[in-house]
Design a protein around this ligand. Structure first.
Ligand SMILES: Nc1nc2c(ncn2[C@@H]2O[C@H](COP(=O)(O)OP(=O)(O)O)[C@@H](O)[C@H]2O)c(=O)[nH]1
Ligand SMILES: [Mg+2]
Length: 309
């Protein structure tokens, strides 16, 4: 199996850079409209445009669709990583997911969701997510709002770089080429969303409880099918007993525990969710019958709608 990670836009490419520091063996592709995003990466695809601004996601998607038409990633399993709500990642994500789907190659999308103060990004991120849901075999979501709770006093860039380390640690584990990595990956190849939750309390017990609390604020606990908990360093038998006793009080979910030296404190991945807090970012999601490809053909921004005052 040839597996690889594709990073889209600024956030997606930053994850690739962080992953490269940890894992030299992984094939990566960075794709963006912005040359800056691609600096320092191995395989890069710069989409060229002479658009003066990046206002229209539909125009960007149309341009990218043409330029990526003949691109073949040569992978048999892909992780596609992107921030949602920004124009670049949101325009490219459905196109890249569709490339794998059309060939029957499994893919997992990993998306960073906007902060609550990035209000203007919520609708686009929700809409894009709803679209991607139909194209990828699994979706893992990271809620950037968790960074606000974890690192209120850090700068945005500092908080990003810490959170990106969590994300790459989880990714690195899922990319493990042996049987264990595959078994973990399989957990996420199913319908519905997976939420990745972070916590950094001093004690293992405290951080696990904190992570669960955050998880429940975003989704219905009864829906969770599996919980994968990742911890830093070695875990003693007593710790293990403690972890299982906390997690087994959480309904019917199957529980998996893994540890990895790179994970900072606690990471929980809970999957099987049909709805998350992000579902409410897209008020149109009930209108499932709308064909998302309309967005290409109509080119909404090209119709000069004049507003009625
Ligand atoms: N976790 C995380 N989120 C990021 C990072 N960079 C940007 N984001 C978030 O990702 C979303 C899209 O932003 P960005 O990637 O800059 O937009 P794009 O380049 O137009 O796709 C926004 O909600 C940002 O808050 C990062 O390094 N880590
Ligand atoms: Mg950008």
């Amino acid at each position: 199996m040839i597996q690889g990670v594709i990073g889209l836009g600024t956030a997606g490419c930053k994850i690739l850079k962080a992953l490269k520091e940890e894992r030299k063996d992984i094939i990566t592709y960075g794709i963006s409209f912005d040359e800056e995003d691609l600096k320092g990466l191995d395989n890069t695809i710069l989409i060229k445009t002479n658009l003066k601004d990046f206002k229209s996601i539909y125009k960007l998607r149309g341009i990218a669709k043409k330029q990526l038409k003949n691109l073949d990633f040569n992978l048999s399993f892909a992780f596609i990583v992107s921030g949602l709500g920004g124009k670049v990642g949101s325009s490219l994500s459905p196109l890249v997911c569709e490339k794998f789907r059309s060939k029957g190659i499994p893919s997992i999308f990993i998306g960073m969701m906007p902060f609550k103060f990035e209000k203007s990004k919520h609708f686009l991120s929700g809409r894009t997510l709803e679209y991607i849901r139909r194209l990828c075999n699994g979706i893992i979501l990271i809620d950037n709002d968790e960074l606000l709770d974890l690192y209120p006093n850090l700068t945005l860039q500092e908080a990003y770089s810490l959170s990106n380390r969590y994300i790459t640690s989880a990714l690195s584990l899922l990319l493990d080429p042996n049987k264990e990595g595959w078994n973990l990956r399989k957990l996420f190849l199913r319908e519905g969303y997976t939420l990745l939750t972070l916590a950094e309390e001093d004690s293992l017990e405290g951080s696990l409880e904190e992570a669960l609390k955050k998880l429940y604020s975003k989704a219905d606990i009864k829906e969770i099918k599996d919980i994968l908990a990742l911890f830093k360093g070695k875990i003693s038998l007593r710790d293990l007993e403690e972890i299982y006793s906390i997690l087994s009080n959480q309904g019917e979910a199957n529980i998996f525990v893994a540890y990895d030296n790179k994970v900072i404190k606690t990471l929980l991945l809970a999957n099987g969710l049909t709805k998350t807090k992000f579902s409410y970012y897209d008020p149109l999601q009930t209108l499932d019958q709308i064909d998302p490809d309309y967005e290409y053909s109509i080119g909404l921004d090209e119709i000069n709608l004049s507003y009625i005052e």
